[in-house]
Design a protein around this ligand. Structure first.
Ligand code: ZN
Length: 265
């Protein structure tokens, strides 16, 4: 029900041409991670729901964006989160595609839930939460496309308002003209790389630069240039960061959230 409500809110906000405050901006993500760090980053007795846990929250920069050099972060939730322990690790990637802002909210809510077990004592979730943090590390990356997220929310740059609610990619200056070339609405953004097409796995199936998209069997996916894979696998700083992070942490499982504009998941 909560998700349905959120979808309705997104629909309303898209129709009105701006985003309501409900959604975390890039700056709000950073602020919240810092607030959590102040409350939990050095707190060895964070909650009566986690007796003997030690510190349960640690966050760190795991990469920077390709064009604007914006940092993005990973959060480690675990008993003794200030230490890398010999435990199974799982990864949640909140947001890759800029417009798919549900993933940011899901990731932030997930962190908040784990940090406040006392709110769940008595529910079926509490025992799982405690058992997971005792025996494993949960890593959450709210976004790894921060510059794209800023385009979705809108910002001022040299007197110009930059905003595209349907923006998908990072801001790679593909035509190297020194200008961020985008067109509000789905597709037709000359700049930017689809980060989810930039990994080496199946890279060949992504679009070449400025490839027109005929839509295929699903006309909802009609969107010129939106699936540009980049000049080479891992050409983008964001995907290289995720690759290196994943290798360093050796995750046993990862879940990457996407929320499709077409209604298909
Ligand atoms: Zn996506």
């Amino acid at each position: 029900m909560k998700l349905l409500f959120s979808i309705c809110l997104l629909g309303v906000s898209l129709l009105s041409g701006q985003l309501i405050d409900r959604w975390h901006t890039y700056e709000e993500i950073q602020q919240q991670l810092e607030l959590w760090d102040a409350d939990f980053g050095s707190n060895s007795e964070p909650s009566p729901g986690y007796p003997g846990s030690g510190i349960i929250y640690h966050y760190e920069e795991i990469g920077r964006s390709t064009h604007d050099d914006l940092p993005f972060w990973g959060v480690r939730l675990s008993y003794n989160a200030d230490v890398k322990e010999d435990e199974p690790r799982v990864l949640f990637l909140g947001q890759c595609h800029a417009e798919e802002i549900f993933g940011v909210e899901t990731a932030m809510e997930l962190i908040d839930m784990f940090l406040h077990p006392e709110e769940h004592i008595g529910s079926m979730y509490y025992q799982y939460m405690k058992a997971i943090l005792q025996s494993a590390e949960v890593w959450v990356v709210p976004t790894y496309n921060p510059e794209g997220l800023r385009v979705v929310h809108g910002y001022e740059d040299a007197g110009a308002w930059i905003q595209d609610l349907a923006y998908r990619k990072n801001k790679r200056d593909v035509n190297a003209n020194g200008v961020f070339d985008f067109v509000p609405g789905s597709g037709n953004d000359s700049d930017g790389v689809d980060l989810n097409r930039n990994y080496d796995f199946n890279w060949i199936f992504g679009d070449a630069a400025w490839e027109l998209d005929p839509g295929g069997p699903n006309p909802s996916y009609f969107a010129h240039y939106d699936y540009y894979r980049g000049s080479a696998p891992f050409s983008e700083a964001e995907t290289r960061s995720i690759r290196d992070f994943a290798k360093a942490q050796n995750f046993i499982l990862s879940i990457a959230f996407h929320s499709s504009r077409s209604g298909n998941v």
